[in-house]
Design a binder for this molecule. Structure first.
Ligand SMILES: Nc1nc2c(ncn2[C@@H]2O[C@H](COP(=O)(O)OP(=O)(O)OP(=O)(O)O)[C@@H](O)[C@H]2O)c(=O)[nH]1
Ligand SMILES: [Mg+2]
Length: 400
């Protein structure tokens, strides 16, 4: 505590460190007491009662948040060197070679991990652990430990344009760079015609590769829609996922996968991806690069905002953007979800929507939960169809 009599004097004298007195100007007090009346500062506060608005992010910044591809330079660990030395013991003149081999360098392995959600945690370069050099008395060096790089499930590994691995199952591994072999000690070169070799070899350098990692989310269903139509709210309503919901566009910047548990103990994975805008294929909004996340989805959920005028035009635009990204993508089995039916203008638009898109469109409200069961039934039906088709083709259906 600063003594109170020191507070009231003109050019003030206060503590300026431990046990020192310093002269400071009135505006430079070390504690945060503005030299004003309390009532004046209250009046100031009342002027600023509105909470500070969040600055809208620029398109460039938005893209920086969204990490679904990475270029990585990976080097395996170097092998340890072999050693050249001779056994040394009193009264034993020619003890023979006893230089041990170096340990092998550690591999670098990419491992699919369900806990990892994006490639943002993957660094741009990795170096594996080196092997230890060999030792005296024929001791081999310790091998380098394996370095695991944890990547999200659904990561595609490319070298140049060639796909070298597809880590689509949890726990799947790919040896990205092999560690170098350890060198040989001079004991290794002992032969009948050479009883005292001095040769030893150095450890080999580890493999070096430049790999491109590309994340393609694996889920049964992919949600596609314009920003702010309520995709994340819908995922919250039907699954255990808790993506952020807010009334500004591009709240979702990376895919979220929620698991819908059905009555028949089936689990359906639904992916919520960032919103698409008109002209996304020309790199508008967040672009259409994240549409790669629905490439692997077996069926689609087209989400439209029913409170907007002519919501069916949204569906046409969405299908157009999907076709621009990959031909035939919009033809996948799908269900049209018209959200925000709790709003009066949206409820009034239901008959027109049905006239345009047929009775299969599901009008619901993610906010109130109205008619969400109808969507769950449709999802179950689509899932059943997917399982049947995969079994017909003698393939394993996607399991979560
Ligand atoms: N009235 C009403 N509002 C809703 C409903 N569903 C979502 N909203 C509101 O719509 C706004 C956007 O919701 P989000 O779930 O963030 O929308 P989104 O499609 O995920 O948006 P992006 O992530 O930006 O693409 C929020 O203010 C929600 O409260 C609904 O059924 N009824
Ligand atoms: Mg969202």
């Amino acid at each position: 505590m600063v003594p109170s009599r020191l507070l009231s004097v003109g050019p003030r004298t206060v503590f300026g460190g431990v046990g020192r007195w310093t002269r400071v100007a009135p505006g430079q007090l070390p504690w945060h007491a503005p030299p004003r009346l309390l009532s004046a500062s209250c009046a100031d506060l009342s002027k600023h009662q509105e909470p500070p608005r969040k600055k809208p992010l620029s398109e460039k910044k938005l893209k920086r948040h969204f990490v679904d591809h990475r270029r990585v330079l990976i080097r395996g660990g170097c092998g340890g060197d072999g050693v050249s030395c001779f056994h040394s013991e009193p009264r034993k003149e020619f003890g023979g070679p006893d230089g041990g081999d170096g340990g092998d360098g550690g591999h670098v392995i990419l491992k699919a991990d369900q806990q990892v959600k994006s490639l943002s945690s993957v660094l741009s370069r990795y170096q594996g652990f080196h092997g230890q050099a060999g030792g005296r008395k024929n001791c081999s060096g310790r091998g380098g430990a394996v370095l695991y790089i944890r990547v999200p499930v659904g990561t595609l590994v490319k070298e140049g344009s060639e796909v070298v691995a597809d880590l689509s199952c949890p726990g799947a591994e790919y040896v990205a760079a092999r560690g170098g072999a350890g060198g040989k000690g001079n004991r290794f070169f002992l032969a009948n015609d050479n009883r005292a070799p001095v040769t030893c070899t150095p450890g080999q350098p580890g493999q070096e590769r430049v790999l491109f990692l590309e994340l393609k989310t694996v889920a049964h269903a992919g949600m596609v829609g314009f920003p702010n139509v309520g995709k994340s709210s819908l995922l919250r309503a039907i699954s255990n996922a808790r993506p952020a919901v807010a009334s500004y566009p591009f709240t979702t910047l990376k895919p979220h996968v929620g698991i819908v548990r059905c009555d028949d103990h089936q689990q359906i994975a639904v992916a919520d991806i960032p919103g698409i805008v008109r002209g996304a294929h020309q790199n508008r909004g967040l672009g259409s690069a994240f549409l790669r996340h629905i490439e692997r989805c077996r069926f689609l959920l087209f989400v439209v905002d029913l409170s907007e005028p002519e919501p069916w035009t949204q569906l046409e635009d969405l299908k157009w953007e999907l076709e621009q990204h990959e031909a035939g993508l919009s033809q996948r089995p799908h269900v049209v979800v018209a959200n925000k039916v709790d709003l009066p203008e949206a409820r009034a638009a239901v008959p027109r929507l049905r006239a345009r898109l047929g009775p299969s469109a599901v009008a619901l409200s993610a906010a109130t939960g109205e008619n969400v069961e109808a969507l769950l039934l449709r999802l179950q039906e689509l899932h059943r169809q997917h399982v049947a088709t995969e079994l017909q083709r003698s393939r394993q259906p996607l399991r979560w």
